[in-house]
Design a binder for this molecule. Structure first.
Ligand code: ADP
Ligand code: MG
Length: 692
């Protein structure tokens, strides 16, 4: 068999493979012989040597060879067959909970047995439960393995031996596997070649350090992780290139609306806001669709920058759509933006699910005939039959849970007469650099790294829920002195229903404890109109205290609210806590956030809350969050599909990302012919990011 023809070679060309086996192999992602080489073991067993019983350690999986001393059935909590064996260095118990009479009779004192199993601590000292074993008196002692035994991910009806035999048929041809990372480039990293790495992973040499494998730090693993990250990076870059091939309209800054707005603002824009707007402005001047991510900490004034970009589009006769994740936010943005741009003679429309037919039709008409210069809405903006009037810019606010393909799909939906709208994405909280470099490699990135002057950091404290009475007293005195307070109930067991229930109960309890206060409640199960009404009453100052679920997490802006109580903060990620906390500290008074943790807070939980006490810097918090919870959690579920790697691990391999970036540039410049094949190797067509 030659691997150079292996791409066309079928699995059935392998010895012992029929249609039934092909089905099973397909289930584990193996469609052609070559795929077997990249179907990598998840763990190894060491069956290369016999371990002396005297030197065993708990948790080790080892081969032991010993003489049977005694075997008996004992009736403890569970009936079991107990076999004592000895090898001259110590004794060990083999224990079987299921056994046949024939099995029991095999273990005659004096017989020699070789077994493989995991060392545990049982009632007799070290024990192995249900070890694999062979009696050596009846069969000739077979030689030990000469390399570590790989364990492969598998599926029902496909055993390890079967997979190993198949891999062994293909592995001798591993050197024919094309290496898309040329040796001259690889030298920089002191990593093995692809063939060496693949060989080593399937058949590690006996002197290989298993601990390195377990930590994912083995050079062979690192070699493949590097290539896999490279493939993902190249794929995103390619996507970006393709996305830029489509034409957009150049919308140079005319200035009349932008300057008029600036002149009307009661404050000066920060240096960072101005710089980022200049970057956006330059992008929009080009005939290439802008694809830019704006990051900024909570309260850094992203919305203002977005409105300036919107006005630049409007100055050129285009419409701008602003998409937000919730109806509450849509309404809030609608009101804020209306106040900003109506005086410039510009109309704003909004589209959300809760509108009745009449309002909806009226809004749709304003969108369609262009009376609305800016359209605010939830994702319903693009799902339904909305006819934009020369849509030139799409802004996605607070949506860092959006995947690449969703971003692109939006663009396609927003295009008119072959022109692609510019796109601007604003994150709710900062994203760690490693994630920007991988998940957002298709976007250009701007950072608003400055808060408006005079912002006082939110003072954060933690307190056990056993001191709930103190917390309630504090709420009472805060409200007495004219402050408004949020009381946030967090997610319980991932159940929205329970969470809403908890919020209702809390609101009822607080109403009893604080009869002098006016208390409102918002949660996800309320009708949008109801929610909006309560928010309005809070905003207007009529309500003292707002009990809420995490629905208020993003974007809600009530400057007079300066105290936030968060119950069971340990249930949330740090970035989410930071986002929540950002709801206070928006006015000029000093603000407080009180984290009321549950009784069973772990040590790690304490450390996490400590981070919240120590810093108000969203960038630092994001890094810490990534470290503690991993990329899937930080980016949200929609992104996780995209972050599924075979070998690489974004967190563990974060240190490689600069190398990956460099390598990608080198490949694109000097070895462009390698780009497509390396992407293909790691990202099958069906999983390309372009897929919606
Ligand atoms: P975020 O970045 O969290 O979305 P917002 O855009 O909601 O922040 O801005 C938070 C608040 O700060 C708003 O009330 C906004 O009007 C105000 N703001 C924005 N820019 C400035 C500035 N340069 N100086 C003072 N206040 C500002
Ligand atoms: Mg915002």
């Amino acid at each position: 068999m030659s691997l150079s023809t292996a791409t066309t070679l079928k699995l059935t060309n392998l010895k012992g493979v029929g249609e039934k086996l092909v089905e099973k192999l397909n289930k584990i992602g193996v469609f052609q012989p070559l795929d077997l080489l990249f179907h990598l073991p998840y763990r190894y067993q060491d069956r290369t040597r016999i371990a002396p019983i005297g030197g065993l350690r708990f948790g080790q999986a080892v081969v032991v060879e010993a003489e049977v001393r005694a075997a008996q059935v004992v009736f403890g909590k569970r009936r079991s067959l107990v076999v004592r064996v000895q090898d001259g260095t110590g004794t060990l118990t083999l224990r079987f909970f299921h056994f046949s009479a024939a099995q029991k009779n095999q273990f005659v004192a004096g017989n020699r047995v070789r077994c493989y199993g995991e060392v545990r601590t049982g009632s007799t000292g070290y024990e192995m439960y249900h070890p694999e074993y062979k009696l050596l008196n009846t069969v000739a002692a077979s030689p030990l393995e000469n390399s570590l035994t790989p364990l492969y991910p598998t599926t029902e009806g496909l055993n390890q031996t079967r997979i190993r035999l198949l891999v062994d048929q293909v592995l001798p041809h591993v050197r024919q596997l094309p290496d898309y990372v040329p040796e001259v480039l690889l030298q920089k990293f002191q990593l093995p070649t692809l063939a060496q790495a693949v060989q080593e992973l399937h058949h590690p040499s006996t002197d290989t350090r298993l601990d390195l494998f377990e930590q994912g730090q083995h050079p062979a693993q690192r070699r493949l992780a590097l290539e896999e990250l490279l493939a993902h990076n190249l794929s995103l870059k390619q996507l970006k290139q393709q996305a830029q091939l489509e034409p957009a309209v150049a919308m140079p800054l005319q200035g009349h609306h932008v300057e008029a707005l600036k002149a009307r603002l009661p404050f000066q824009l920060t240096g960072a806001q101005l710089r980022v707007f200049t970057e956006l402005s330059a992008d929009m001047c080009r005939r290439v669709p802008m694809m830019r991510l704006v990051q900024g900490d909570v309260g850094s004034g992203k919305t203002m920058v977005a409105v300036l970009a919107a006005l630049q589009a409007v100055e050129n006769g285009f419409q701008c759509a602003l998409m937000v994740p919730t109806e509450i936010l849509a309404e809030q943005h609608f009101n804020n933006i209306r106040q900003l741009v109506n005086p410039l003679g510009l109309g704003v429309a909004w589209l959300v699910g809760k509108h009745n037919k009449k309002i909806r039709e009226q809004q749709l008409a304003e969108v369609a005939d262009g009376r609305a210069a800016i359209v605010v809405g939830t994702h319903a903006l693009f799902q339904e039959s909305v006819h934009f009037h020369r849509l030139g810019l799409i802004i996605i606010d607070e949506q860092h849970r959006f995947g690449v393909h969703q971003r692109l799909a939006l663009r396609e939906k927003g295009q008119s007469s072959g022109q692609i709208p510019h796109q601007l994405i604003m994150t709710a909280t900062p994203i760690p650099r490693t994630l920007t470099m991988s998940a957002y490699a298709d976007l250009d990135c701007s950072i608003i790294d400055e808060l408006p002057p005079g912002r006082k950091p939110v003072v954060t404290t933690t307190i056990s829920d056993q001191r709930r009475a103190d917390v309630i007293a504090r709420v009472a005195s805060a409200c007495q002195s004219g402050r408004q307070v949020y009381w946030v109930c967090t997610l319980i067991e991932e159940s929205e229903e329970l969470q809403c229930q908890a919020a209702e109960d809390t609101a009822a309890d607080l109403a009893l404890a604080l009869p002098q206060l006016r208390i409102g409640l918002v949660h996800g199960r309320m009708k949008a109109a109801q929610k909006a009404e309560v928010m309005e009453r809070f905003k207007s100052g009529e309500l003292h205290l707002l009990v809420a679920t995490t629905v208020i997490e993003v974007g809600v802006d009530v400057p007079n609210a300066s105290v936030m109580i968060i119950e069971n903060p340990e249930r949330l990620g740090l970035a989410q806590l930071h986002q929540l906390r950002g709801r206070v500290g928006r006015g000029d008074q000093e603000s407080f956030c009180v984290l009321v943790y549950g009784a069973s807070l772990s040590q790690q939980g304490k450390e996490r809350l400590q981070v919240m006490k120590e810093t108000n810097d969203g960038f630092k918090i994001a890094e810490k969050d990534l470290e503690l919870r991993g990329p899937g959690e930080v980016l949200g579920t929609r992104q996780t599909g995209l972050m599924q790697f075979k070998v690489a691990d974004l967190q563990r391999d974060a240190g490689m990302l600069d190398d990956v970036q460099w390598l990608a540039e080198q490949l694109l410049t000097y070895y462009p012919e390698n780009v497509e094949p390396v992407i293909k190797r790691w990202i099958p067509d069906g999983e390309k990011y372009g897929k919606v």
